[in-house]
Design a protein around this ligand. Structure first.
Ligand SMILES: [Zn+2]
Length: 115
């Protein structure tokens, strides 16, 4: 990542990169941790066509792993776009966490070497 320093462009230091990632993290306010899955299902009405193979759907669900295992939450069609954006933000958050881990490990080693 490049930062504009006065008129010159300079490579960001690890500390500057970390600050930028932390700021980006704070902007991911719609994040959803999980993935979107489409499901077809049958209903409780005995005479419904869904029991003859024409199942209802596709319906959208957010699949997320929590403390009790995987959980699927129904997402109404009107919220599908927002959910997709949230899942993309969740993916970005996980990438940022990996980048921060690498940066912090490098900074820890650098600081230990200086001491
Ligand atoms: Zn049905």
């Amino acid at each position: 990542m490049l930062y504009t320093m006065g008129m010159k462009r300079k490579k960001a230091t690890p500390t500057e990169k970390r600050d930028a990632l932390l700021a980006e993290m704070a902007s991911l306010r719609g994040l959803l941790n999980g993935s979107l899955v489409q499901r077809y299902s049958t209903c409780a009405r005995k005479n419904c066509a869904c029991h003859t193979g024409r199942r209802h759907g596709p319906r959208l669900y957010l699949a997320a792993t929590g403390e009790g295992g995987q959980r699927q939450t129904y997402i109404p069609a009107a919220l599908a776009e927002r959910a997709a954006e949230g899942v993309a933000q969740g993916r970005r958050l996980r990438a940022i966490v990996r980048e921060l881990t690498a940066l912090n490990l490098a900074l820890m080693r650098e600081e230990a070497g200086r001491g």
